[in-house]
Design a protein around this ligand. Sequence first.
Ligand SMILES: [Zn+2]
Length: 350
Amino acid sequence: MAKPELVVKKSVVRALCGGGTSLNLSSQRIKDVPKCVSRLTKLSVLLLNNNSISRLPAELLSLRQLAELNLGNNDLEEVPAVLGHLDALKKLYLFSNQITVVPPEVIGGLENLVVLNLNHNHIQRLPPEIKSLTKLQHLSVLDNKLEEVPVEIGHLASLSEINLTSNKLSQLPQQLYQCKELTKLYAARNKLTSLPEGIKTLKKLQVLDVAGNKLTMFPVEFHLLPLKELYCEGNRFIQCEPMLSVQDAEVLSLKELVARFVLQEDRKRFSLIHRMLPHYPSLAALLACGSCCAVCLGPFLTTWLECVHFIRLKKDMKMKTLLTVPVRALLCSYKCFNREGHSYYGVATR
Ligand SMILES: [Zn+2]
């Protein structure tokens, strides 16, 4: 078999002579990327996957037109610094390496990235600088050691698919719901105990995979999502079983009572409160945390009864599965809970 360096040099020379825009050096037992690759300044696709590469030469920054770089299945321990200068890069594959660190300055320089694949590494955290990737559509961090997703993820306005499967996440940031283009969210095999409230804002979400977590129920208004596929086996969903209920006497705090009054008045377009509230931004921000009762639709601020209703995915969400899942619902009072004609069940705390 020919020596790897020889094969590589031949390929580079051939590419140089032919003026080619792509170079395939995958599966060539390469340890060091030859510096002569940097002379291929017209290169737009460079495949270096399935080798033993542990670093990249700084000279590669001359590849100003490189749009796709595959470094999958190599020996990288860090995302190479030179990548931060390849600002034409749109697709970057770094799967199956030994990467533990994603340096902020590298990720911050990849503003044109559309696809980022970091699967099968040892990454514990993504830097806040990920917010620079405003054109990113596909982010995959499957099988890593992520303990949290940075709140800056909310800046990724183009994100349509995110894969967080097999990590160590105990929660997802609510800011993820700012990614309005999201159609596929994979978060299976983590340690999620709940999904953040407000999921209804993901108006394009079609696929949700949260199998193998510790979810007890889905967030409020989950059933209004346009989902086509839901994977949720292996969670700790609450069951519907009859129990005696003990109802505490309900004495609302003055703050809650006033908040309910103000929220109610604010709904009336011509009320004094509705017109004055914008002049008190801190009060308006406080009231923005309010919600509305699933039974009487009346507003409340922080005091509610936690209930669930059981959603039949086929009948209620037009999906192709006979599964029934619990979805969270909040009620404003025992008065509403005791009203007839609704299907909300109290959640037992044992
Ligand atoms: Zn109510």
